[in-house]
Design a binder for this molecule. Structure first.
Ligand code: LLP
Length: 432
């Protein structure tokens, strides 16, 4: 019935998350409110960690792509679950180091890392850099030399795969700002330069073909293309690199049209492709790295809002006005993203209306969902938008000077704040 195991309906007819009554959470912590279920979050990590053990005999690592949801407590949990970490900014790296995340399990992404980020990443010790372009290679080489360090790197490669996802979140195809192109020889040239460096140790290659992908085929194809490149590097340099990072992109269920496969199926299919292709090319099976972002916190999170007013425009539509909006969830305005919405205090009642859920920004486009089924609601009711654990809090903003909502973590019927809500003083903190 629900997109996630952590959701249910209790005897009062209320939505529960992690065994906690959702309207009660709204009352206790206020709205808008992000809620995340710890059991589900940990379970999602375990699925990946176990799959790596099972299909690659443990010769691999699942990194959590922290851009999906980055805060100290979530990163602490990732470290406890044995995950590695993908950071793509100095801020994400800083958060990781603050909670003592093991640097050797951190991969530093980003297509235009600045001097400070390069300096801090090198200083952090064993952090691996995923190098995007020749200028970065040059700067990183110089910084590693300056600090007297030898830095492990991977090259980000565009495998040229169109993963049939939303145009804005395709990154593996040729017309992309990320990484080195294979077909022009750019990637091979970068590999040669990296291999010639004294202070950089080229240990592998990386690709990321997109996001919210359900089909296993593009991942398998990407693995084949990438192994082909490893074979090319070997033929040209005699060096067989040992690490293949295949990125993230595993889809989750936002509404009933989404049909994600169990993650172990992706792993099984891709590991078969990796093993067969490696054997064909005479390569050893490399150490495999994957980078799930969305699929770790996505379905573990919901957002709660209070209905402020219901506005009917006869013959056109009914707006349900909430106390949140594009500030805490910009994904509908950015991508037309689908979400399932329900009335948390009437979760046992049929969705007998078709409504548009709007926020309170001074912006007509400030919508969470259009023409979506919902129970008949009135002011004071609590709405739950499901599967908002990824790319909602992390993409939130202060437009119109609305403070960001808090994040509450629930676990087997208990709840704790893991990110405090902002107040007005936070909004003016940097104003002069
Ligand atoms: N690795 C790299 C290098 C990435 O760029 C990304 C996401 C991931 C891993 C994790 O991908 P995931 O497993 O979450 O699909 N803001 C967009 C998503 C942008 C994804 C960017 N890169 C959204 O809200 O849909």
């Amino acid at each position: 019935m629900f997109p996630s195991d952590c959701l249910d309906v209790n005897k009062a007819g209320h939505l529960t998350i992690g065994g906690y009554d959702a309207p009660a959470l709204a009352k206790e912590y206020g709205t808008p409110l992000y809620v995340m279920d710890e059991t589900q979050l940990r379970q999602n990590c375990r699925d990946y960690v176990r799959s790596i053990e099972r299909f690659y005999d443990g010769r691999g690592l699942a990194l959590y792509a922290s851009k999906a949801f980055c805060c100290k407590e979530v990163l602490r949990i990732m470290a406890q679950e044995g995950m590695g970490l993908d950071v793509c900014s100095g801020g994400e790296l800083y958060t990781a180091l603050q909670v003592g995340f093991p640097p050797e399990r951190i991969y530093f992404h980003g297509n235009n890392k600045n001097a400070q980020e390069i300096r801090e990443g090198v200083a952090a010790g064993a952090v691996r850099f995923v190098v995007d372009n020749l200028e970065e290679l040059r700067r990183l080489d110089a910084e590693a030399l300056r600090q007297g360090k030898r830095i492990k790197i991977l090259l980000r490669v565009k495998p040229g795969i169109d993963a049939h996802t939303h145009e804005f979140i395709r990154t593996g195809q040729i017309d992309s700002k990320f990484g080195f192109a294979l077909e022009t020889g750019e990637a091979l040239n970068a590999a040669k330069k990296a291999l010639a460096s004294q202070s950089l140790e080229l240990c592998g290659i990386h690709c990321h073909i997109g996001s919210q992908i359900f089909d296993t085929a593009p991942f398998a194809l990407a693995a084949q293309v990438m192994l082909g490149f490893l074979s090319q590097i070997k033929a040209q340099s005699g060096i067989e690199l040992d690490e293949l990072n295949l990125g993230g992109g595993f889809g989750i269920r936002y509404d009933e049209n989404d049909t994600p496969r169990p993650y172990s199926e992706y792993m099984e299919r891709v590991s078969a492709a990796v093993k067969i292709t490696a054997a064909q090319l005479g390569l050893a099976v490399p150490f495999i790295v994957i980078e799930p972002g969305r699929s770790i916190p996505g379905a573990a999170g919901i957002t709660l809002y209070e209905v402020g007013a219901v506005k009917e425009i006869p013959g056109l539509r009914t707006f349900v006005l909430t106390d949140g909006g594009m500030n805490d969830n910009p994904r509908y305005i950015l991508y037309g993203a689908k979400y399932r919405v329900l009335c948390a205090n009437k979760a046992d009642q049929p969705a007998d209306q078709t409504v548009t859920i709007a926020g309170r920004c001074c912006e007509s486009g400030d919508l969470i969902q259009e023409f979506t089924p919902l129970q008949t609601v009135e002011p004071g009711d609590i709405l739950a938008v499901l599967s908002t654990g990824a790319y909602n809090y992390s993409m939130s903003m202060n437009y119109n000077r609305f403070p960001r909502p808090p994040v509450v973590m629930v676990n087997n019927g208990s709840a704790r704040v893991i990110v405090g809500g902002e107040d007005y003083a936070d909004l003016t903190r940097h104003d002069y």
